[in-house]
Design a protein around this ligand. Structure first.
Ligand SMILES: NC(=O)c1ccc[n+]([C@@H]2O[C@H](COP(=O)([O-])OP(=O)(O)OC[C@H]3O[C@@H](n4cnc5c(N)ncnc54)[C@H](OP(=O)(O)O)[C@@H]3O)[C@@H](O)[C@H]2O)c1
Length: 282
């Protein structure tokens, strides 16, 4: 009985959290969705949408009828982005690495948009850092780990309060194994993928239909794709199209582009000694 008590208490807590979140559903459906000529307009926030994959994703979301909220630090790019998109876009300048401020600002954006259905966390930095320059290691952790977690925290709580929704994290194929040239980057992406799995599990336990999608891109032709000998580099439009399809199909996980699943499989299957040997010869 003593062994069972913590389990019972845990279940009670979870159930009451579940009831509370359902009960205080902050936004009625009518409030959440704008109606245009009888069509319900869904809403999405893309964090890290001033360039690269996130920018392409915001374009695709709007083309598919979503109202979009764009987040990034380079607010000077917002007018240019609005010109590319024919419908109204919500903008918010957020530095995810300043976590307390970022949490308040993302909450504010969600409120301004009257609630959202989908939150994509694409913000990220990456450095080839064989010298282990501390500033670069630290920035990677601040943005890709602390910043990501802060944004995922706001997203999860918002979707719990409205009773459903979708969280998407842009991790990387780099999450699968460590890298001597960019240890913090690979470790940060392992954190992202693992954290997303945890959130998916949590939503399942709470019986709240929140879909959690882990996107693991290979190489995409953006400012971030650095280094020599790059291969299978996808245009950002193609990567974003495949990511949108994975989101629409409510996938738990997707490699982007799809052929990178072969590399993923190899990386996972490779014994440590073979991986180290291969790495030392690259
Ligand atoms: N390109 C690839 O080959 C590749 C492969 C695997 C995974 N990924 C992942 O894909 C995601 C998108 O990267 P990308 O390739 O599209 O590169 P990118 O063009 O450099 O885009 C990165 C985005 O993150 C935002 N960002 C960076 N630091 C931020 C901060 N502190 N606060 C808020 N936003 C911040 C940037 O906006 P601001 O600078 O305006 O803040 C920008 O919009 C990243 O998470 C990356 O790790 C990329």
């Amino acid at each position: 009985m003593r062994a069972k008590l913590p389990v019972i208490l845990l279940k009670l807590c979870l159930n009451s959290f579940h009831r509370a979140s359902r009960g205080k559903s902050a936004l009625a459906d009518d409030q959440l969705h704008e109606h245009h000529g009888g069509n319900v307009v869904k809403k999405a926030i893309i964090i890290g949408a001033t360039s690269g994959i996130g920018r392409e994703l915001s374009r695709i979301f709007t083309q598919n009828g979503y109202t979009v909220g764009v987040v990034g630090r380079r607010s000077e790019l917002f007018p240019e982005l609005q010109e590319e998109i024919p419908t109204r876009v919500y903008f918010k300048r957020i530095d995810v690495a300043r976590t307390s401020e970022a949490i308040t600002l993302l909450d504010e954006l969600i409120r301004e948009m009257g609630g959202v259905d989908v939150i994509v966390i694409s913000s990220g930095v990456g450095f080839i850092n064989p010298e282990l320059n501390w500033e670069q290691e630290e920035e990677t952790i601040d943005v890709n780990v602390s910043g990501f977690t802060a944004m995922a925290n706001v997203a999860f709580k918002h979707l719990c309060s409205r009773g459903s929704g979708h969280i998407v994290g842009i991790s990387s194929i780099a999450a699968i194994r460590g890298s001597g040239d960019s240890p913090a980057y690979n470790a940060s992406k392992a954190f992202v993928s693992n954290y997303l799995e945890g959130l998916r599990q949590k939503a399942g336990r709470l019986k709240i239909p929140i879909v959690v999608t882990d996107i693991q891109p290979g190489l995409v032709d953006t400012a971030m794709a650095k280094g020599d000998g790059l291969f299978w580099v996808a245009p950002p439009e193609k990567a974003a199209r495949q990511i949108f399809k994975a989101i629409r199909n409510k996938k738990k996980h997707a490699y982007v582009t799809r052929r990178w699943r072969v590399i993923a499989w190899l990386l996972k299957a490779m014994p440590d000694r073979m991986y180290d040997w291969t790495y030392s010869r690259l």
